[in-house]
Design a protein around this ligand. Sequence first.
Ligand SMILES: NC(=O)c1ccc[n+]([C@@H]2O[C@H](COP(=O)([O-])OP(=O)(O)OC[C@H]3O[C@@H](n4cnc5c(N)ncnc54)[C@H](O)[C@@H]3O)[C@@H](O)[C@H]2O)c1
Ligand SMILES: [Zn+2]
Length: 341
Amino acid sequence: MNTIVQSAIAESLPAFLAKKNYTSIAVLVDNNTKKHCYSLIKDLLPKHKLIQIAPGEKAKTLATCGHIWEVLTQQETDRHGLLINLGGGVIGDMGGFCAATYKRGIDFVQIPTTLLSQVDASVGGKLGIDFNAFKNHIGVFQVPNAVLIDPAFLNTLPEAELRSGFAEVIKHCLIRDKSMWEVISTKDLHEQNWPALIAHSVAIKDVITTEDPTEKGLRKILNFGHTLGHAIETLFLGTKKHLLHGEAIAVGMLCESFIAMQLGQITKAELAEIEAFLIAIYGMVPLEASEFDTIINLTSQDKKNKGKEVRFSLLEGIGKATFDQAISKNQMRKALEYYAN
Ligand SMILES: NC(=O)c1ccc[n+]([C@@H]2O[C@H](COP(=O)([O-])OP(=O)(O)OC[C@H]3O[C@@H](n4cnc5c(N)ncnc54)[C@H](O)[C@@H]3O)[C@@H](O)[C@H]2O)c1
Ligand SMILES: [Zn+2]
C-alpha cells in the first residue's frame, strides 16, 4: 500500500519529516526542477545535500545512478538516510531505484512535479533506468515511503508536458471509469480540473497496483495503449522528431481501440468517440506505411509478452479493459493502416 498524500507541499513534507529522525537527507533534482520546484521545498528541509542531474530521458542511465550513489557515499549516507526525489518520472524512477539499492535500500520520498509523474509514475512502485536502447530495462519494484503530490508544481510545467501526462488520465478513464471519461471528453486541455483528475487517477492506479503489485494479472490493464504506443515512441526516438510519451500513447490508444472494435469489444460509435477526442487533443502523428514493420517488430520487445506472442490490454466497452489478449501482426498492421488513413 502506498502512502500517497495530495495537499500543499508546505504541509505534507514537514508532516512526513516529523515522523522519523533521518541521519541525512539528499534531494535529487534535474536542472528544471532545481529552477522551478526546489524553491517550494528548500526552506521546509533541515540541512541537506542537493544532487543535480541533467533533465530528460537521456539521463536515465546507469552512469547517472553512479553519480547519485557517489554523492550519497561522499555524504556518508547510512541506512537511516533519506532521498527526496523532486521531479518528473525520470527523477522518480531513477532516484527511487538508486535509493532502493543503495546499501540494500534507504527510505525515499517521491515529490512528483509533472502531471505524468503525479498521475502515473509515482504510484505503484516501479523503479528503474534505461539500458542500451531498452526503456526501463533494469529496475525493481519498491514502494516509496511516501508520495507527496502538490498540483501547484504544475504551474511551471510546459504545455506539451501537461498534454503528455493527460494521456495517462485519459487511459485511466477509458479502462476504469466511463463516467469520468464523459466528464473529461467534453472539455479541452485547459478546461480540465487537475486536482480532481490527479486524485481520480491516483486512486485508480493505487487500487490496481495494490491488488497486483508485480503485474501478474490485473495491473496489465494499465498497459492499454502502451504496446503499440511504446513501439511508436521507440521508432520516433531513433529516426524522427521527438515524440513525448503521452503523444505516443495517444496514438497507441487509438490503434488499440481500433483492434478492440475489430474484435467486437467496443462499438464503432465508441471508437469514433475515442478517436474524436484523442485527435482533438493530440492531432495526428505522421506514420508511413514503410514504418509499420518496424513498429510491429518493436512490439516483440514488450515486457508483457509471453514467449513469441504479443499480448495486449484492450478495452471492453468504455470504462473496462482486458489483458493478455494475443494479437497477430496482421491485426496490428490493420490498426496502423486505419490510423495512418
Ligand atoms: N514508474 C512508473 O510506473 C512509470 C509510469 C509512467 C512513466 N514512467 C517513466 O516516467 C518518465 C517520464 O516522466 P515525465 O514525463 O515526468 O518526464 P521527465 O521527468 O523527463 O519530466 C519532463 C520534463 O519536465 C521538466 N519538469 C519537471 N517538472 C517540472 C515543473 N514542475 N516545471 C517545469 N519543468 C518541469 C523536467 O525537467 C523534464 O524536462 C519515463 O522515464 C517513464 O519511463 C514511469
Ligand atoms: Zn505511460
